[in-house]
Design a protein around this ligand. Structure first.
Ligand code: SAH
Ligand code: SF4
Ligand code: F3S
Length: 441
C-alpha cells in the first residue's frame, strides 16, 4: 500500500476557524490524507485564514510566499486557501499568488474533497458560494478517534448585526443555527471519545435559535440539555452579543451546574456616540446594567471583553468614556485592538484617527486591562477552584489545565493525568497563569 498523503493545515483567527480546520482535516481523512505538522513533507497545504483586521489578512500572502520553494521542489504539492480571506478575496488570491490551486469559503468547506480532486486534475478550483445546503449536514462523518479533554462545537454561524467596522457578516454570511438534536448528537459523540468540556461556538452564539422538539430552542435551553449529558462536566459558549443576552441565559449562569462562571461579552467602546456610530445597538449604560444582572445571578463570574480603539471620529473624551466603563466593569481578561479599516464595511469610508494617537490610547487601555486582569488573578490566591488538566507542563512532573474561570493553572505532583478534573487550592499568581496544589485524591 502506498503511504498516505499528508495534509498540513495552518489556522488563523477565531475558535470557529479551529473547529472548521478540524472538520476539514476529517473530511480529507476520507480522501486518504493524514495530518502533518511539517509543511515540508505535505502533499497539500491549507491555510485557514482570518480577514478581521488588515494585518491578519496580509499574513496570508507572506505565508504563501514561504511555500514558493516547496512548490518548486514538489510540483504535485497542492496549496489551498480557506476561511474568511478566501471568502472576501477569492479571485484576488488566485491573481496575486498563481501557485494557489484552490480557494474555499467557510460555508462551502464540505466541498473541499471535490475541489481537491479538481486541483489534482490540474484545474484551478474556487468555491466561495453560500450554498443552500448546510455544510454541517454534508461534512464527512468524523473518524471516531480519541480526543483531548476539551472541544469546540459550532452551533451558530454568521451574523446579521452589521457593526460598522466588521467583515464577519460578509465573510460568514447570514445567521444560521444548527438543529438542537444535531448539536446534542455531536456533543455525545465527543464525550464518548474523551471530551469533558465543550465550548459552544457562534459569531453571536447567544442569538442561537435552533430547531428542536416543540419549536425553536434558545441557547439556554441547549445548555440545559447538555447539562444532562452524562460524562460532560463543563459547558462554555462564545461569543455573545449584549443585545442577545436573554433572561433565561442569565438565569442559567446562576443555576446550571455545568455552565462555567465565565462570560465573553464584548462591548468595543464605552462612548455612546461611538457605540452608535459602530451600530452596536446598545449604549454604555445598558451594558453596565446587563453586567450587574449577570453578576447578581452568578457573583463570581469572570467577565471578558473586546475593545476597539481609534474608531473613526473617536475623541479623547470618547476614549475617557471607554476607560470609565472598564473601571466600572472590572474585566478578568480582554482583547483589544487598534481600529483597522476593512474594505466594504461602512466605517471604512470615514476619516481615521491619527495613528500615533490611536496607538497611545491602545497602550493606556491595555495597561488598565492588564492591571485589572492581575487584580482578579491575585484575588484567586487562597481559593479553591476546579481545574481540568489538559497537558504536561514545562517543569518535570508539572501538569497544566484551565480553572472554572478559564485561568491557566499549573500544579506539580498529586498523580494527575491529562483529562483529570480536580479541586485545586490556588497558591500563587504569575503574570499569565496561576499555581496551585491539588486537594485530596
Ligand atoms: N462577534 C463578536 C466579534 C467577532 S470579531 C462580537 O460581536 O463581539 C472579534 C473582535 O475583533 C471584535 O470583538 C472586535 O473587537 C475586533 N474587530 C472586529 N473588526 C475589527 C476592525 N475592523 N478593527 C479592529 N478590530 C476589529
Ligand atoms: Fe462583527 Fe458585530 Fe457581528 Fe460581532 S456582532 S460578528 S462585531 S458584525
Ligand atoms: Fe477572522 Fe473570520 Fe473568525 S474574519 S475572526 S476567522 S469569523
Amino acid at each position: 500500500m502506498s503511504d498516505p498523503k499528508k495534509l498540513y493545515i495552518k489556522t488563523y483567527g477565531c475558535q470557529m476557524n479551529v473547529y472548521d480546520s478540524e472538520r476539514m482535516a476529517e473530511a480529507m481523512g476520507g480522501e486518504g490524507y493524514v495530518e502533518t505538522q511539517d509543511p515540508a513533507e505535505a502533499d497539500m497545504i491549507l491555510l485557514n485564514t482570518c480577514h478581521i483586521r488588515e494585518k491578519a489578512a496580509e499574513k496570508v500572502y507572506s505565508e504563501l510566499g514561504r511555500y514558493k520553494s516547496l512548490k518548486a521542489a514538489k510540483p504535485d504539492l497542492k496549496i489551498g486557501v480557506a476561511g474568511c480571506v478566501a471568502q472576501a478575496e477569492g479571485q484576488e488570491i488566485m491573481r496575486r499568488q498563481p501557485m494557489v490551486d484552490l480557494v474555499v469559503g467557510p460555508q462551502s468547506l464540505h466541498r473541499l474533497p471535490e475541489l481537491e480532486r479538481r486541483a489534482r486534475g490540474g484545474h484551478k478550483a474556487l468555491d466561495t458560494e453560500f450554498p443552500e445546503e448546510l455544510k454541517f449536514d454534508h461534512l464527512a462523518e468524523r473518524p471516531r478517534a480519541a480526543r483531548g479533554p476539551t472541544a469546540f462545537l459550532t452551533v451558530q454561524e454568521g451574523c446579521d448585526k452589521f457593526c460598522a467596522f466588521c467583515v464577519v457578516p460578509y465573510t460568514r454570511g447570514t445567521e444560521i443555527s444548527r438543529p438542537a438534536d444535531k448539536v446534542l448528537a455531536e456533543a455525545r459523540d465527543l464525550v464518548e471519545r474523551g471530551v469533558r468540556e465543550i465550548t459552544l461556538l457562534g459569531q453571536n452564539v447567544n442569538a442561537y435559535h435552533g430547531a428542536g422538539p416543540h419549536g425553536d430552542w434558545s441557547l439556554a435551553r441547549l445548555v440545559w440539555a447538555l447539562d444532562k449529558v452524562d460524562g460532560l462536566d463543563r459547558i462554555r459558549f462564545t461569543t455573545s452579543h449584549p443585545g442577545d443576552m436573554s433572561d433565561d441565559l442569565i438565569e442559567a449562569h446562576g443555576e446550571c451546574p455545568k455552565l462555567m462562571p465565565y462570560l465573553h461579552l464584548p462591548v468595543q467602546s464605552g462612548s455612546d456616540r461611538i457605540l452608535k456610530r459602530m451600530n452596536r445597538g446598545h449604549d454604555a449604560e445598558s451594558y453596565l446594567r446587563l453586567i450587574e444582572r449577570i453578576r447578581a445571578a452568578r457573583p463570581d463570574i469572570l467577565i471578558s471583553g473586546d475593545f476597539i480603539v481609534g474608531f473613526p471620529e473617536e475623541t479623547e473624551t470618547d476614549f475617557a468614556d471607554t476607560m470609565a466603563l472598564i473601571e466600572a466593569v472590572r474585566y478578568g481578561q480582554c482583547y483589544s485592538f487598534k481600529y483597522s479599516a476593512r474594505p466594504g464595511t461602512p466605517a471604512a469610508e470615514r476619516a481615521l484617527v491619527d495613528a500615533t494617537e490611536a496607538s497611545d490610547r491602545l497602550t493606556r487601555l491595555q495597561a488598565l486591562l492588564t492591571r485589572q486582569q492581575h487584580q482578579i488573578q491575585n484575588a484567586m490566591v487562597g481559593r479553591e477552584v476546579g481545574v481540568l488538566f489538559e497537558r504536561t507542563g514545562r517543569m518535570p512532573g508539572q501538569m497544566v489545565g484551565k480553572s472554572d474561570h478559564l485561568h491557566a493553572v499549573h500544579v506539580t505532583g498529586g498523580g494527575i493525568s491529562t483529562g483529570d478534573l480536580r479541586r485545586v487550592r490556588i497558591t500563587e499568581s504569575a503574570p499569565n497563569s496561576l499555581g496551585g496544589v491539588p486537594i485530596g485524591g
